[in-house]
Ligand binder design. Structure first.
Ligand code: C2E
Ligand code: CA
Ligand code: CA
Ligand code: CA
Length: 277
Protein backbone atom coordinates (compact mmCIF):
# COMPACT_ATOMS: atom_id res chain seq x y z
CA UNK A 1 0.00 0.00 0.00
CA UNK A 2 1.18 3.45 -0.79
CA UNK A 3 0.53 6.40 1.45
CA UNK A 4 -1.30 9.16 -0.40
CA UNK A 5 -1.98 12.70 0.75
CA UNK A 6 -4.83 13.38 3.18
CA UNK A 7 -4.18 10.19 5.12
CA UNK A 8 -5.62 7.89 2.46
CA UNK A 9 -4.12 4.57 1.48
CA UNK A 10 -4.14 3.53 -2.13
CA UNK A 11 -3.49 -0.12 -2.94
CA UNK A 12 -1.77 -1.01 -6.16
CA UNK A 13 -2.98 -4.38 -7.30
CA UNK A 14 -2.86 -5.95 -10.72
CA UNK A 15 -6.59 -6.52 -10.61
CA UNK A 16 -7.23 -2.85 -10.03
CA UNK A 17 -9.66 -1.94 -12.76
CA UNK A 18 -8.98 0.54 -15.50
CA UNK A 19 -11.38 3.03 -14.02
CA UNK A 20 -9.70 3.09 -10.62
CA UNK A 21 -6.33 3.49 -12.31
CA UNK A 22 -7.66 6.39 -14.38
CA UNK A 23 -9.06 8.08 -11.29
CA UNK A 24 -5.71 7.71 -9.57
CA UNK A 25 -3.94 9.34 -12.51
CA UNK A 26 -6.41 12.22 -12.43
CA UNK A 27 -5.87 12.65 -8.72
CA UNK A 28 -2.10 12.65 -9.08
CA UNK A 29 -2.17 15.29 -11.82
CA UNK A 30 -4.98 17.56 -10.77
CA UNK A 31 -3.11 19.37 -8.00
CA UNK A 32 -0.60 20.66 -10.55
CA UNK A 33 -3.14 21.57 -13.20
CA UNK A 34 -3.60 25.19 -12.12
CA UNK A 35 0.12 25.93 -11.82
CA UNK A 36 0.75 24.36 -15.21
CA UNK A 37 -1.98 26.43 -16.89
CA UNK A 38 -3.85 23.29 -17.87
CA UNK A 39 -7.25 24.57 -16.78
CA UNK A 40 -9.31 26.72 -19.11
CA UNK A 41 -12.73 28.25 -18.86
CA UNK A 42 -15.14 27.76 -21.73
CA UNK A 43 -18.36 29.71 -22.04
CA UNK A 44 -21.71 28.44 -23.21
CA UNK A 45 -24.28 31.09 -24.11
CA UNK A 46 -27.89 31.01 -23.04
CA UNK A 47 -30.44 32.74 -25.21
CA UNK A 48 -33.80 34.42 -24.92
CA UNK A 49 -36.15 31.83 -26.38
CA UNK A 50 -38.33 34.41 -28.18
CA UNK A 51 -35.65 36.49 -29.84
CA UNK A 52 -32.71 34.11 -29.92
CA UNK A 53 -30.53 36.88 -28.42
CA UNK A 54 -27.71 35.83 -26.13
CA UNK A 55 -28.58 36.93 -22.58
CA UNK A 56 -25.66 35.39 -20.74
CA UNK A 57 -22.91 32.81 -20.60
CA UNK A 58 -22.12 29.89 -18.29
CA UNK A 59 -18.51 29.26 -17.29
CA UNK A 60 -17.55 25.59 -17.79
CA UNK A 61 -14.16 24.24 -16.78
CA UNK A 62 -11.91 22.37 -19.16
CA UNK A 63 -8.75 20.43 -18.23
CA UNK A 64 -6.22 19.75 -20.98
CA UNK A 65 -3.30 17.57 -19.87
CA UNK A 66 -0.49 16.36 -22.15
CA UNK A 67 -0.71 12.74 -21.03
CA UNK A 68 -4.37 12.46 -20.08
CA UNK A 69 -5.76 14.50 -22.94
CA UNK A 70 -8.94 16.48 -22.44
CA UNK A 71 -10.49 15.44 -19.12
CA UNK A 72 -14.22 16.00 -18.57
CA UNK A 73 -15.33 18.03 -15.55
CA UNK A 74 -17.72 15.16 -14.85
CA UNK A 75 -14.58 13.15 -13.96
CA UNK A 76 -12.35 15.72 -12.30
CA UNK A 77 -14.79 17.94 -10.38
CA UNK A 78 -15.65 15.11 -7.96
CA UNK A 79 -11.92 14.57 -7.34
CA UNK A 80 -11.38 18.29 -6.82
CA UNK A 81 -14.30 18.24 -4.42
CA UNK A 82 -12.98 15.27 -2.49
CA UNK A 83 -9.41 16.56 -2.21
CA UNK A 84 -10.47 20.11 -1.39
CA UNK A 85 -8.75 21.49 -4.50
CA UNK A 86 -12.16 22.72 -5.61
CA UNK A 87 -11.77 25.73 -3.31
CA UNK A 88 -8.71 27.04 -5.13
CA UNK A 89 -9.95 25.98 -8.56
CA UNK A 90 -13.39 27.44 -7.87
CA UNK A 91 -11.96 30.82 -6.90
CA UNK A 92 -9.85 30.80 -10.03
CA UNK A 93 -12.89 30.07 -12.24
CA UNK A 94 -14.94 32.77 -10.53
CA UNK A 95 -12.21 35.36 -11.04
CA UNK A 96 -11.61 34.31 -14.65
CA UNK A 97 -15.34 34.41 -15.44
CA UNK A 98 -15.89 37.84 -13.85
CA UNK A 99 -12.86 39.21 -15.65
CA UNK A 100 -14.00 37.81 -18.99
CA UNK A 101 -17.48 39.25 -18.57
CA UNK A 102 -16.03 42.61 -17.61
CA UNK A 103 -13.97 42.50 -20.80
CA UNK A 104 -17.07 41.67 -22.88
CA UNK A 105 -18.99 44.50 -21.21
CA UNK A 106 -16.19 46.89 -22.14
CA UNK A 107 -16.49 45.72 -25.76
CA UNK A 108 -20.17 46.63 -25.83
CA UNK A 109 -21.85 43.40 -24.78
CA UNK A 110 -22.87 45.06 -21.55
CA UNK A 111 -26.25 43.32 -21.12
CA UNK A 112 -24.69 39.87 -20.60
CA UNK A 113 -24.50 38.06 -17.26
CA UNK A 114 -22.21 35.21 -16.31
CA UNK A 115 -23.18 32.02 -14.48
CA UNK A 116 -20.58 30.16 -12.41
CA UNK A 117 -21.10 26.65 -11.02
CA UNK A 118 -20.49 26.15 -7.30
CA UNK A 119 -19.91 22.73 -5.80
CA UNK A 120 -21.19 21.64 -2.39
CA UNK A 121 -17.87 22.22 -0.67
CA UNK A 122 -17.52 25.71 -2.08
CA UNK A 123 -21.04 26.61 -1.04
CA UNK A 124 -20.42 25.39 2.52
CA UNK A 125 -17.55 27.83 3.11
CA UNK A 126 -18.58 30.23 5.83
CA UNK A 127 -16.81 33.14 4.14
CA UNK A 128 -18.27 32.49 0.67
CA UNK A 129 -20.20 35.75 0.50
CA UNK A 130 -17.11 37.75 1.48
CA UNK A 131 -14.99 35.92 -1.10
CA UNK A 132 -17.46 36.72 -3.82
CA UNK A 133 -17.70 40.34 -2.76
CA UNK A 134 -13.88 40.50 -2.97
CA UNK A 135 -13.78 39.09 -6.51
CA UNK A 136 -16.47 41.52 -7.63
CA UNK A 137 -14.58 44.44 -6.11
CA UNK A 138 -11.32 43.27 -7.62
CA UNK A 139 -12.72 42.80 -11.13
CA UNK A 140 -15.06 45.78 -10.98
CA UNK A 141 -18.05 43.69 -12.08
CA UNK A 142 -21.44 44.81 -10.74
CA UNK A 143 -23.05 42.07 -8.66
CA UNK A 144 -26.24 41.93 -10.72
CA UNK A 145 -24.29 40.42 -13.62
CA UNK A 146 -23.19 37.39 -11.62
CA UNK A 147 -25.25 34.22 -11.22
CA UNK A 148 -24.17 31.28 -9.08
CA UNK A 149 -25.46 27.82 -9.96
CA UNK A 150 -26.00 25.26 -7.22
CA UNK A 151 -27.87 21.97 -7.29
CA UNK A 152 -30.92 21.06 -5.24
CA UNK A 153 -28.83 18.65 -3.19
CA UNK A 154 -26.54 21.47 -2.09
CA UNK A 155 -29.59 23.53 -1.20
CA UNK A 156 -31.01 20.73 0.95
CA UNK A 157 -27.88 20.20 3.05
CA UNK A 158 -27.83 22.03 6.37
CA UNK A 159 -30.80 24.23 5.68
CA UNK A 160 -29.89 26.82 8.33
CA UNK A 161 -26.41 27.71 7.07
CA UNK A 162 -27.65 27.51 3.50
CA UNK A 163 -30.33 30.07 4.19
CA UNK A 164 -27.77 32.49 5.68
CA UNK A 165 -25.51 32.13 2.65
CA UNK A 166 -28.41 32.58 0.24
CA UNK A 167 -29.57 35.70 2.04
CA UNK A 168 -26.01 37.02 2.05
CA UNK A 169 -25.74 36.52 -1.69
CA UNK A 170 -29.15 38.06 -2.21
CA UNK A 171 -28.13 41.14 -0.23
CA UNK A 172 -24.96 41.37 -2.24
CA UNK A 173 -27.13 41.39 -5.37
CA UNK A 174 -25.86 38.13 -6.84
CA UNK A 175 -28.44 35.82 -8.44
CA UNK A 176 -28.69 32.15 -7.50
CA UNK A 177 -29.80 29.47 -9.96
CA UNK A 178 -30.95 25.97 -9.08
CA UNK A 179 -29.09 23.72 -11.51
CA UNK A 180 -30.26 20.31 -12.81
CA UNK A 181 -33.72 21.05 -11.46
CA UNK A 182 -36.02 18.06 -11.13
CA UNK A 183 -33.30 15.46 -10.55
CA UNK A 184 -32.82 16.01 -6.82
CA UNK A 185 -35.15 15.76 -3.88
CA UNK A 186 -35.91 19.35 -3.06
CA UNK A 187 -39.36 20.09 -1.82
CA UNK A 188 -41.26 22.63 -3.84
CA UNK A 189 -41.79 24.73 -0.73
CA UNK A 190 -38.04 25.44 -0.77
CA UNK A 191 -38.50 27.45 -3.92
CA UNK A 192 -40.73 29.81 -2.04
CA UNK A 193 -38.58 29.93 1.09
CA UNK A 194 -35.21 30.55 -0.53
CA UNK A 195 -34.24 33.59 -2.56
CA UNK A 196 -33.76 31.82 -5.90
CA UNK A 197 -33.71 33.86 -9.10
CA UNK A 198 -33.33 31.19 -11.77
CA UNK A 199 -34.15 27.55 -12.17
CA UNK A 200 -32.52 25.37 -14.80
CA UNK A 201 -34.68 22.52 -16.04
CA UNK A 202 -32.47 19.46 -16.27
CA UNK A 203 -31.52 18.16 -19.69
CA UNK A 204 -33.02 14.74 -18.94
CA UNK A 205 -36.53 16.28 -19.16
CA UNK A 206 -35.73 18.43 -22.18
CA UNK A 207 -34.44 15.29 -23.95
CA UNK A 208 -37.96 13.83 -23.92
CA UNK A 209 -39.53 16.79 -25.76
CA UNK A 210 -41.64 16.36 -27.83
CA UNK A 211 -41.95 12.56 -27.87
CA UNK A 212 -42.25 11.57 -24.21
CA UNK A 213 -45.54 12.52 -22.59
CA UNK A 214 -44.14 12.36 -19.04
CA UNK A 215 -41.21 14.66 -19.84
CA UNK A 216 -43.51 17.10 -21.62
CA UNK A 217 -45.77 17.31 -18.61
CA UNK A 218 -42.90 17.67 -16.14
CA UNK A 219 -41.16 20.39 -18.15
CA UNK A 220 -44.37 22.32 -18.73
CA UNK A 221 -45.28 22.05 -15.04
CA UNK A 222 -41.85 23.16 -13.81
CA UNK A 223 -41.98 26.19 -16.11
CA UNK A 224 -45.50 27.15 -15.04
CA UNK A 225 -44.80 26.65 -11.35
CA UNK A 226 -41.53 28.55 -11.39
CA UNK A 227 -43.00 31.45 -13.32
CA UNK A 228 -45.93 31.71 -10.93
CA UNK A 229 -43.41 31.99 -8.07
CA UNK A 230 -41.55 34.73 -9.93
CA UNK A 231 -38.57 32.47 -10.69
CA UNK A 232 -37.04 32.68 -14.16
CA UNK A 233 -36.55 29.46 -16.08
CA UNK A 234 -33.71 28.30 -18.31
CA UNK A 235 -33.99 24.97 -20.14
CA UNK A 236 -30.69 23.08 -20.44
CA UNK A 237 -29.48 20.72 -23.11
CA UNK A 238 -31.72 22.01 -25.90
CA UNK A 239 -30.55 20.27 -29.06
CA UNK A 240 -33.41 20.44 -31.55
CA UNK A 241 -35.56 23.16 -33.09
CA UNK A 242 -38.66 21.22 -31.99
CA UNK A 243 -37.55 21.45 -28.35
CA UNK A 244 -36.93 25.18 -28.74
CA UNK A 245 -40.39 25.62 -30.25
CA UNK A 246 -42.14 23.83 -27.38
CA UNK A 247 -40.21 25.75 -24.75
CA UNK A 248 -41.25 29.02 -26.39
CA UNK A 249 -44.84 27.84 -26.51
CA UNK A 250 -44.78 27.11 -22.76
CA UNK A 251 -43.29 30.51 -21.91
CA UNK A 252 -39.92 29.21 -20.84
CA UNK A 253 -37.78 32.36 -20.95
CA UNK A 254 -34.30 31.13 -21.72
CA UNK A 255 -32.62 28.11 -23.22
CA UNK A 256 -29.12 26.72 -23.49
CA UNK A 257 -27.81 23.83 -25.54
CA UNK A 258 -26.06 22.68 -28.66
CA UNK A 259 -28.95 24.03 -30.78
CA UNK A 260 -27.69 27.52 -29.95
CA UNK A 261 -24.02 26.96 -29.21
CA UNK A 262 -21.45 24.59 -27.80
CA UNK A 263 -19.34 25.82 -24.88
CA UNK A 264 -16.68 28.03 -26.51
CA UNK A 265 -13.24 29.40 -25.74
CA UNK A 266 -13.38 33.16 -25.02
CA UNK A 267 -12.18 34.18 -28.50
CA UNK A 268 -14.73 31.97 -30.25
CA UNK A 269 -17.45 33.30 -27.98
CA UNK A 270 -16.67 36.86 -28.98
CA UNK A 271 -16.75 35.83 -32.62
CA UNK A 272 -20.20 34.32 -32.08
CA UNK A 273 -21.44 37.45 -30.30
CA UNK A 274 -20.22 39.82 -32.99
CA UNK A 275 -21.76 37.73 -35.78
CA UNK A 276 -25.00 37.15 -33.95
CA UNK A 277 -27.06 40.31 -34.34
P1 C2E B 1 -23.81 21.48 -15.75
O1 C2E B 1 -23.54 22.67 -14.89
O2 C2E B 1 -25.18 20.90 -15.68
O3 C2E B 1 -23.44 21.94 -17.22
C1 C2E B 1 -24.11 21.50 -18.38
C2 C2E B 1 -23.31 20.44 -19.10
O4 C2E B 1 -24.05 20.00 -20.25
C3 C2E B 1 -21.97 20.92 -19.65
O5 C2E B 1 -21.10 19.80 -19.63
C4 C2E B 1 -22.31 21.30 -21.09
O6 C2E B 1 -21.20 21.28 -21.94
C5 C2E B 1 -23.29 20.21 -21.42
N1 C2E B 1 -24.24 20.61 -22.47
C6 C2E B 1 -24.72 21.86 -22.74
N2 C2E B 1 -25.62 21.82 -23.75
C7 C2E B 1 -25.73 20.54 -24.13
C8 C2E B 1 -26.49 19.86 -25.14
O7 C2E B 1 -27.28 20.45 -25.88
N3 C2E B 1 -26.34 18.51 -25.23
C9 C2E B 1 -25.49 17.82 -24.42
N4 C2E B 1 -25.39 16.50 -24.60
N5 C2E B 1 -24.75 18.43 -23.46
C10 C2E B 1 -24.87 19.77 -23.31
P2 C2E B 1 -19.61 19.92 -19.09
O8 C2E B 1 -19.02 21.23 -19.55
O9 C2E B 1 -18.92 18.66 -19.43
O10 C2E B 1 -19.79 20.03 -17.53
C11 C2E B 1 -20.32 18.95 -16.79
C12 C2E B 1 -20.58 19.34 -15.37
O11 C2E B 1 -19.35 19.63 -14.68
C13 C2E B 1 -21.41 20.60 -15.22
O12 C2E B 1 -22.78 20.29 -15.42
C14 C2E B 1 -21.07 21.01 -13.79
O13 C2E B 1 -21.82 20.26 -12.87
C15 C2E B 1 -19.62 20.59 -13.69
N6 C2E B 1 -18.75 21.78 -13.89
C16 C2E B 1 -18.27 22.32 -15.03
N7 C2E B 1 -17.53 23.41 -14.77
C17 C2E B 1 -17.55 23.59 -13.43
C18 C2E B 1 -16.97 24.56 -12.51
O14 C2E B 1 -16.31 25.55 -12.90
N8 C2E B 1 -17.22 24.36 -11.17
C19 C2E B 1 -17.98 23.32 -10.69
N9 C2E B 1 -18.16 23.22 -9.37
N10 C2E B 1 -18.54 22.43 -11.52
C20 C2E B 1 -18.33 22.55 -12.87
CA1 CA C 1 -24.55 24.52 -14.49
CA1 CA D 1 -27.13 21.52 -15.30
CA1 CA E 1 -38.60 36.14 -23.71
Amino acid sequence: AKRQGHGRYVFYRPEMDANAHWMLQLRNNLHRALDRDELHVYYQPFVDVDSGTVTGIEALLRWQNDELGMVSPVDFIPIAEETGLIIEIGQWVLRAACRELQRLHARGYDHLRVAVNLSARQFRQTDLVAQIADVLAETGLASRYLELEITETVLMEQAGATLDTLHGLHELGVAVALDDFGTGYSSLSYLRRFPITYLKVDKSFVDGIPGEKGDLTITRTIVAMARSLGIRVTAEGVETAAQGKWLRHWNCEEAQGYLYSLPLAADDLEWLLCNHD
